[in-house]
Design a protein around this ligand. Structure first.
Ligand code: HEC
Length: 439
């Protein structure tokens, strides 16, 4: 209401100064409405989950569905709790694909809409409904290998959230092969599958060899590697699935399917993507009641790399994590290293498993000898709602009541020549962009 009063005065002043045409402009300053301004944002950033038969508790497809949630929507978007996206936006790499998060302008629009009483506006302004095209087809094309859970997991009508590792059906991989694309998705019960992360491992050495393969995230349809780039699938690999299942008031059978497309046998890719633990710290010392237990771990890059994604791995007490690159020989004086922040997740949420994929132009290029430093923070107080026992000391361990600290990172290993070429190409692009700006 204040807004329109001041708007009116501004219109009056303008009219006096520059004539009648600006009156029309100022008075026409439209109110923020659902149909025109809010619906497009919900379509892009919310509806993938907030629609029937998906993981969110309510649907936000229509005005009637969204209106009762207006207050709660305002709180969740203003606090950047929704959509789930917990990367620190102010440091390190800033561009991701996919990136469901809201811009400051979009948050402002939603806040203004709620504060104005959440008006519907003119139904004719509604965008056409978003079409969802997800579970019934492969987005990577027809896979060569398909694996599922050997039997459905029954999610009871009422039960605590469950986290579990389940071996997938056997796949026969007699020789090392290269992966062109990989996708995972719920094949049954999408409303109860909150996350599904597929890993590969070798039976002889399950602990050391376990490697993240692909994660299911609502709105993301698998990983397709650019031509010439690949992941390795080791001979005799087994597949295992880590699940987070969430009851929704009725008994639901759930299952998950992984599809893998291979390059032809004998194919040699130019770039091989490595997925690896970075900065493991197995000496965690998390005192009871400590709200900010800090630990560090380090990994040295033995070859130049192009970093493609980051996912913090902490257990229930996880609070935040940062990855920095300490780059040797990049300083002005001999012997001085340069530190570059790669990514920080400043509000780790144990129940959301988010992999942050960098856009190609923003994937950090790092020389051999770079030290990756991973700093993690754990909150062992009762203020952390996921904490199983704030009165106990916690250390490193496999059980979910123990804790962990490392980052999953993916990169392409580069030869020295490939690295130099990519750095030069980046410099050319940056120069071209700066020249464009100056013109
Ligand atoms: C990746 C899936 C996903 C996306 C995208 C998403 N949500 Fe949610 N949302 C959820 C889930 C699951 C919950 C319930 C559990 C939780 O809060 O973590 C939830 C909870 C909420 C709640 C609280 C509901 C309650 O019971 O109090 C609101 C409000 C909300 N979301 C709004 C939004 C809005 C607005 C957007 C888009 C700007 C959005 N969400 C995007 C999955 C999602």
């Amino acid at each position: 209401m204040n807004g329109s009063k001041w708007g009116g005065i501004a219109a009056f002043v303008c009219a006096g100064l520059v004539g009648a045409s600006s009156v029309a402009v100022a008075q026409a300053k439209p109110q923020v409405t659902f149909a025109k301004d809010v619906a497009p944002i919900l379509q892009r950033a919310c509806q993938a989950c907030h629609r029937p038969n998906n993981i969110a508790p309510m649907s936000l497809l229509t005005y009637e569905e969204a209106r009762p949630w207006a207050r709660s929507i305002r709180v969740k978007v203003a606090e950047r709790e929704m959509p789930p996206w917990y990367i620190d936006r102010n440091v390190g790499v800033k561009k991701f694909d996919p990136d469901p998060s809201l811009s400051d302008a979009e948050i402002d629009t939603i806040v203004k809409w709620v504060d104005a009483g959440a008006p519907r506006g003119n139904p004719a302004d509604m965008p056409p409904p978003r079409k969802f095209d997800d579970s019934d087809r492969w987005h990577i094309g027809e896979p060569d290998i398909i694996a599922t859970l050997p039997k459905d997991v029954i999610v009871k009508a009422a039960a605590a959230d469950q986290w579990m590792d389940v071996d997938m059906t056997h796949v026969d991989i007699p020789k090392d092969r290269y992966i062109k694309a990989v996708e995972v998705k719920p094949s049954k019960g999408p409303s109860v599958v909150h996350h599904a992360v597929a890993s590969t491992y070798l039976e002889d050495d399950p602990e050391i060899s376990k490697t993240l393969l692909v994660e299911y995230a609502v709105g993301k349809f698998g990983d397709i590697y650019p031509d010439g780039a690949a992941r390795v699938l080791r001979a005799n690999s087994k597949l295992s699935m880590n699940l987070h299942l969430h009851s929704i008031g009725e008994e639901i059978p759930a299952n998950v399917v992984v599809g893998i497309k291979l390059y032809p046998e004998g194919y040699k890719p130019t770039f091989v993507e490595t997925v690896t633990h970075v900065g493991d710290n197995e000496d965690l010392d998390i005192a009871p009641g400590d709200a900010n237990a800090r630990s560090e771990g380090y990994t040295v890059l033995t070859k130049p790399v192009r970093l493609t994604s980051f996912q913090p791995h902490l257990h229930n007490r996880g609070k935040a994590q940062c990855v920095e690159a300490i780059i040797p020989g990049a300083g002005i004086r001999p012997g001085i290293a340069k530190t570059q922040t790669i990514s920080c997740v400043n509000r780790y949420r144990f129940n959301w498993h988010i992999v942050y994929h960098y856009t190609p132009d923003d994937q950090p290029l790092l020389p051999a000898g770079t030290m990756l430093k991973v700093t993690s923070w754990h909150d062992n107080t009762s203020a952390n709602k996921f904490n199983p026992d704030p009165s106990n000391w916690a250390g490193f361990g496999q059980r979910s009541i123990d804790d962990m600290a490392f980052a999953w990172m993916t990169w392409y290993e580069l030869t020295e020549d490939q690295y130099k070429e990519m750095v030069a190409e980046r410099q050319r692009k940056t120069q071209a962009a700066t020249q464009n700006q100056q013109q």
